[in-house]
Design a protein around this ligand. Structure first.
Ligand code: OMP
Length: 213
């Protein structure tokens, strides 16, 4: 695990973005941990969050033309990543996002920002079963753009529809790379290193044994 990944876990714990307990996921699975990116909820948090996303993206070395942040949670994330790329990596990247409701007046349409074209880097919070990513793919494909990759904060490393992880399925189905700042494996390593609450660690490992890859 890299230093920035450890720092990211600490940041998420400090902000209670990463919590332990009993949570029902969108997929219906009952998880002993949850990552709520909406709790990165101040200006400083967002600035810091963008630096982590930008670092993971630059390190992955994937070529792309624009960042796309799907509504709603992807919007501030793509925006702050674009700012961090400009301020900390001297990369000025176009970005855009969608509205959930199409507008029929003013500029119209349901996309805001740069044109959704070329190689798109999809930026979002979490991939569990991959449903949210597939919805975004429909928007990208409908605009004739290509998916260059997906960038998320945490890869929960859970099975998708079959035996592969949801992320492996996305990589296979869309021929792209998925990059995450941290994975469940990193979180388990961190919890082990800290030697904290053994019940928490046990619950996370049991969940991984049931739904993980
Ligand atoms: P999938 O669409 O199943 O990949 O789940 C991704 C979505 O689940 C995210 O965009 C969140 O809305 C939500 N989610 C979290 O935010 N954090 C988690 O730790 C787990 C989930 C989830 O419900 O799976």
């Amino acid at each position: 695990m890299k230093a920035y990944q450890r720092q990211f876990i600490e940041f998420a714990l400090e902000k209670e973005v990463l919590k332990f307990g009993e949570f029902t996921l969108k997929s219906g699975r009952k998880s002993p941990y949850f990552f709520n990116a909406g709790l990165f909820n101040t200006g400083r948090d967002l600035a810091r969050l963008g630096r982590f996303y930008a670092e993971a993206l630059v390190e992955a070395g994937i070529e792309y033309d624009l960042l796309f942040g799907p509504a709603y949670k992807g919007i501030p994330i793509a925006t702050t990543t674009a700012v961090a790329l400009a301020e900390h990596h001297d990369v000025d990247t176009p970005y855009c996002f969608n509205r959930k409701e199409a507008k029929d007046h003013g500029e119209g349409g349901n996309l805001v920002g740069s044109a959704l074209e070329g190689r798109v880097m999809l930026v979002d919070d979490v991939i569990t079963a991959g449903t949210a990513i597939r919805e975004s793919m429909e928007i990208i494909q409908a605009n004739g753009a290509d998916l260059a990759g997906v960038l998320v904060a945490i890869d929960r490393q859970e099975r998708g529809k079959g035996e592969l992880s949801a992320i492996q399925e996305v990589e296979r189905d869309f021929g792209c790379q998925v990059v995450s700042i941290i994975s469940l494996g990193d979180l388990v390593t961190y919890l082990e290193e800290q030697g904290g609450n053994p019940e928490q660690l046990g619950a996370v490992k049991a969940y991984r044994a049931e739904y993980g890859i």
